[in-house]
Design a protein around this ligand. Structure first.
Ligand code: SDX
Length: 421
């Protein structure tokens, strides 16, 4: 049963109600300033819930992640990325009929307006794929709105779920100098990840086939990325939804937030870090000491997490996926060997152990993408493909349960009031 707590400010007792969630409680401070003139200070919002959500839940101490109540390891074992995307968006797992309809709609909306190809060709080669993807996500809305202004909102979700993977594949093909498709690849409506790989890697005039282990590994990895409570990019999407920005501009903002090196950009930063260590002779102890040195800005990319003070459950699964894929594909890559060496030494080091710093999902995801043949500057684009259903679900949740607009306070530390002399 929820109760209240007493806050004693200069001998005056203020009663603050508690808010009860499914698993945890919070102190409701929504009337704090009104009643006490005080606000709270919580840099990085480490201790602050700014919303309620029923989409995912993380137990950081136990290393547990639930999507709509289902443990992530159960979903990865028993469901596909598309089935889990349906769950995240609709709250329940789909039956056969619902899954078929959901998958067909995604395949139906894959067609891009022909002008997109021309615009894509005009982007400079050097521009990062995440910059191109976020630009195109906004541009997409212009074409969809023109074509079918009566578009029901629900269909806009499918436009994104269908077109963003297509855009990702075109960005990859442009980088690799591969031709765009002469005609749309014949897609299997019930295998999103097969279609994705085919859009990336198929070459003209040659039948496309790919090892089913690669399809299965990528499908599981995409599922691991679908949602993760109020991470920086998801909170960004919710903030835009709270001021009623349209879905496409909200997702564009999410893509740009995810690009950050300390967030989704870490999967690319992990491989770049390993390449530097390798080039420097592979002395992992030297680099671990650099990461521990307060005066050194170097951090171990792919290590640490704001919420998990135990192993990230996704990392455990991603680690097994990476090891199995490398073994079965008989891949020998010094970068992958170095990653194992670094992990082994860091996990034994008391600095990381005492601060509860473990490898996060970005440490292993880059290894899998690399093994599949995806270039490192496309790793965060792959993260977008996984996280997209989660972002849409959060945008939808705000639309249906009206949150006040996100507008935090601040502690002002600037000049006192002064006048121009
Ligand atoms: C993702 O939020 C999410 O859920 C994100 C994500 C998702 O699914 O959306 O899980 C995806 O973004 C994973 C994180 C990817 N980023 C990285 O791998 C970058 C490297 N990691 C660090 O930058 C850091 O661990 C963060 C940013 C992930 C978390 O930082 P916090 O929670 O703000 O912790 P902190 O920076 O305050 O660190 C606490 C202490 C500090 O030491 P002290 O000042 O207390 O002495 O731990 C140290 C830090 O210096 N520390 C590290 C470290 N991470 C934390 N020291 C060396 N190497 C590291 N990686």
């Amino acid at each position: 049963m929820c109760s209240i707590i007493n806050l004693d400010i200069d001998g005056c007792i203020h009663k603050l109600p508690l808010v009860c969630g499914t698993f945890d409680k919070a102190i409701d401070i929504s009337k704090l300033r009104e009643n006490t003139r005080f606000i709270t200070f919580d840099p990085g919002l480490k201790n602050t819930a700014f919303t309620k959500s029923s989409i995912s839940f993380i137990n950081g101490e136990n290393g547990e992640l639930l999507y709509r109540g289902y443990p992530i390891d159960e979903l990865v074992k028993k469901c596909s990325f598309i089935e889990t995307s349906y769950l995240i968006l609709n709250g329940e797992l789909p039956n056969k009929k619902q899954l078929k309809f959901f998958s067909k709609k995604i395949t139906k909306y894959i067609v891009l307006n022909k002008e997109i190809y021309g615009i894509l060709n005009r982007f400079p080669e050097s521009y990062h794929p995440m910059g191109i993807l976020s630009s195109f996500t906004n541009i997409l809305f212009a074409f969809i709105n023109d074509d079918t202004s009566s578009e029901k909102e629900e269909d806009l979700y499918f436009h994104l779920l269908a077109k963003i993977p297509m855009l990702a594949a075109l960005i990859y093909r442009k980088k690799k100098g591969l031709p765009f498709f002469k005609d749309y690849p014949t897609l299997k409506y019930n295998n999103y990840t097969y279609n994705l790989l085919k859009m990336f890697f198929s070459v003209p005039d040659r039948p496309y086939s790919i090892n089913s282990l690669i399809i299965d590994s990528l499908d599981k990895l995409l599922t691991l990325h679908i949602d993760h409570e109020q991470n920086c990019s998801t909170t960004t999407v919710r903030l835009l939804a709270s001021v009623r920005s349209n879905l496409f501009s909200s997702i564009t903002a999410g893509i740009n937030a995810l690009w950050g090196k300390l967030h989704g950009g870490a999967n690319q930063a992990v491989i770049e870090m390993l390449e530097i260590i390798l080039k420097d002779g592979g002395n992992v102890k030297k680099w671990i000491n650099k990461a521990k040195n307060k005066k050194d800005p170097f951090r171990l990319m792919g290590f640490g997490h704001r919420i998990y003070k135990n192993f990230d459950p996704r990392s455990k699964i991603a680690k097994c996926l990476a090891e199995y894929l490398i073994l079965k594909l008989n891949i020998s890559d010094p970068i992958l060997e170095l990653a194992k060496e670094l992990e082994k030494h860091a996990l034994k080091d008391s600095y990381f152990f005492d601060k509860k710093i473990y490898p996060n999902i970005d440490f292993y995801s880059g290894i899998i993408y690399q093994a599949i043949g995806i270039p490192k500057d496309m790793f965060t684009v792959m993260f977008v493909l996984g996280r997209l259903p989660g972002w849409i679900a959060h945008w939808k949740e705000i639309k249906n349960n009206i949150d006040p607009i996100g507008r935090p306070r601040q502690i002002y530390i600037g000049s006192k009031k002064r006048y121009i002399s």
